[in-house]
Design a protein around this ligand. Structure first.
Ligand SMILES: *Cc1c(COP(=O)(O)O)cnc(C)c1O
Length: 375
């Protein structure tokens, strides 16, 4: 029932084992859905469900009660429709010209983000004589997608009835993760004013941070992504249960003498006789090269035999090195695994070492791992 789009890699052949806990995913969704009731909780599954696999994630959310889903692209919506024949599916990146019939045939809903898209959807619905549903996306200060507030007012005041069904009015927050940021209050105020012009149309504003925040931001439907996947929202709202575990194979151990360097560029020199474990994963597996280590800057850590061990030197395409000198002899050998995510190391910790965000760590997770879905 749970399918994955990734080519299966046998566990004994893989450089790393990626474990995705669908039970934790479902529990996180259910937790948020409870917090926001009576508002409805959607699931955002764009970017291949933040890199975790669209189909397995979608099934887990559906079983946990999710009925409304957001993807970015029509290609993702097609896959999701096959997985969930009855779901309500919105496509956030809008209506690409010529794709209108696909929306009708697969019962998908575009998030219309410009007047040009609205006119095209209206023309199509007029032509086929069906008032198909769509979301209207209004920009309230992010300057990314959406009608300007003035265009939204124009739409509300237009004398002719719309030839399509406005099933959702939405906007997106730029700084919800920073409660002190003045833009959130301004976006909320503007969105409330616009929503008042469309009585009876369900409204949606909240991403993860806003879903975890003030009830005033929830409106009728919330759209959490990252929190459900166990990451922090940008800036630092408390994470729910971790969902991802990543164990990487140690393929050999070697001694490196004091004063010798490890890896490309000889970027890090060891200050003592060191036991170095070589791990079979690198930046081709989505581990950011920026998380590597050098004499100037400490890199990420992995857990080996219950101990935190630092990376040594640069991350290569398919390999990296960790210092396991502190692990007692006999507790680590070739064939063991080092944990890069899990056992207390979250996606956000790894992200910090690479000057990025947990979102990017998740969506970059490699295709060469043995993927295991549990729960
Ligand atoms: C990605 C996205 C979300 C989810 O954001 P998170 O920060 O992951 O919760 C919600 N709404 C829109 C429009 C998005 O693009």
């Amino acid at each position: 029932m749970t399918t994955t789009p990734y080519p299966a890699v046998a566990p004994e052949e893989a450089g790393g084992h990626l474990t995705i806990d669908l039970g934790a995913l479902a529990a996180n969704y259910a937790d948020l859905a409870r917090r926001v009731a009576p508002a409805q909780c959607a699931a955002v599954v764009k970017g291949d469900a933040y890199g975790l696999g669209l189909e397995p994630a979608a099934h887990a959310f559906w079983r946990a009660g999710a009925r409304v889903f957001f993807v970015a692209l029509l290609s993702e919506a097609r896959r999701l429709r096959t997985a969930l024949p009855e779901a309500t599916i919105y496509v956030l990146n809008g209506l690409f010209a010529g794709t209108e019939p696909v929306y009708r045939d697969l019962e998908l809903r575009p998030a219309l983000g410009s007047m040009e898209e609205i006119e095209r959807w209206a023309a199509y619905c007029g032509e086929i004589g069906e008032a198909l549903p769509a979301a209207v996306h209004v920009d309230t200060g992010m300057n990314r997608l959406g009608l300007s507030p003035a265009e939204a007012v124009g739409l509300a005041e237009s004398p002719d009835p719309l030839p399509f069904t406005m099933a959702l009015l939405m906007s997106h927050l730029a700084c919800a993760d920073d409660p002190s940021h003045a833009l959130t209050a301004r976006q909320l105020e503007d969105f409330q004013a616009i929503a008042a012009l469309f009585p009876g149309v369900p409204a949606s504003l909240a991403n993860s941070a806003a879903t975890l925040g003030d009830k005033a931001l929830h409106f009728d439907l919330v759209r959490p992504g990252i929190a459900v996947y166990g990451g922090l929202s940008r800036g630092g709202t408390a994470p729910l249960q971790p969902v991802v575990r990543l164990d990487l194979r140690i393929i050999q151990l070697r001694d490196v003498h004091e004063g010798e360097a490890v890896g490309y560029g000889a970027a890090q020199t060891v200050g003592r006789l060191s036991r170095i474990a070589i791990v079979s994963a690198g930046y081709a597996d989505g581990i950011p090269r920026l998380a590597g280590s050098s004499d100037l800057r400490r890199g990420a850590q992995l857990i080996v035999a219950g101990r935190r061990c630092p990376l040594v030197g640069r991350i290569s395409m398919d390999l990296m090195a960790i210092d396991v000198t502190e692990v007692p002899t006999g507790e680590v050998e070739a064939g063991d695994f080092a944990t890069l995510l899990g056992e207390g190391i979250g996606v956000d910790e790894l992200a910090r070492h690479a000057e990025t965000i947990g979102y990017e760590i998740l969506t970059s997770l490699g295709r060469r791992y043995h993927r295991r879905y549990i729960g």
